[in-house]
Write a protein that binds this ligand. Structure first.
Ligand SMILES: N[C@@H](CCC(=O)N[C@@H](CS)C(=O)NCC(=O)O)C(=O)O
Length: 244
């Protein structure tokens, strides 16, 4: 695989969106520069020169190699993790981010289209806001994903962009429930964690286990570090003002 342009990834250690990009880059064995953005205290140059929306992840591609804090005007700036994933799939066609077959590619995109919003919405509602009935919303999102999984293997059979998009959030959710971390009343997370161990969710749990063991996921994931970062995340603190 020949990489023609420089890549700089702006990320933050615990973002499931940023993790998507890290997995794809690892899978492509891409040469890239990682720059960590403190999202609680974003530098002004980041929104001015890299991502006007101010969120991570973002990448710069091409142009001369410069300091990440002063990206070249010649580089292309990209945000939105799913757009970046698609770009990396195009840039590194042999990396196995998307299959070659157009039908399989469509299946991967359809999986993402059906599961991305329900999962992230349920995550935010349950862990950050915790209003009435959100545990059911989270269980429904799990069910939606499980219903789309084939009997064995990954989201569309072979590992693909569908798994790269989904696994970072699923693995984090299971971890947070296991540690009972979130804005919900103490004990509610463990209750859901136990619900996930029931035979009803055996297929989903096997899927999460499989994704966690996939090399490009494993090489970009540090569970203990993630727990420490979540502990400090203001959005997860009980008895504090709810996140927007
Ligand atoms: N749709 C975006 C979502 C990115 C996103 O929400 N990133 C969060 C971190 S997980 C962020 O940058 N939050 C800081 C902020 O909104 O200021 C994507 O897929 O890249």
């Amino acid at each position: 695989m020949v990489q023609t342009g420089q890549i700089t990834l702006y990320n933050n250690g615990n973002s499931p969106f940023g993790h998507r990009v890290e997995i794809a880059l690892a899978q492509a064995k891409a040469d890239y520069t990682l720059y960590t953005i403190d999202i609680a205290d974003k530098p002004a140059w980041y929104t001015e020169k890299v991502n006007p929306v101010g969120k991570i992840p973002a990448i710069t591609y091409g142009g001369p190699k410069t300091s990440p804090e002063d990206p070249s005007p010649e580089s292309v700036k990209m945000n939105e993790s799913l757009v970046i994933l698609q770009f990396l799939a195009d840039l590194f066609p042999e990396a196995g981010i998307l299959p070659e077959d157009p039908v399989e590619r469509a299946k991967a995109r359809l999986f993402i289209a059906a599961t991305d919003a329900p999962l992230f919405d349920a995550f935010r509602a349950f862990f950050f806001q915790c209003s009435e009935g959100v545990d059911q919303t989270l269980l429904k999102a799990f069910q939606t994903i499980q219903d789309r999984l084939p009997p064995t293997g990954f989201a569309i059979g072979e590992w693909s962009m569908a798994d790269i998009a989904t696994a970072p959030m699923l693995v984090r959710i299971r971890l947070l429930l296991k540690h009972d971390m979130g804005r919900y009343p103490a004990g509610e997370g463990r209750k859901l964690f136990e619900a996930l161990q029931e035979p009803k969710f055996a297929r989903l749990m096997k899927y999460i286990d499989d994704t966690e063991h996939w090399p490009s996921f494993r090489d970009t994931w540090d569970e203990a570090a993630s727990v420490e970062l979540w502990k400090k995340n203001p959005n997860l603190q009980r008895n504090t003002q709810a996140a927007a």
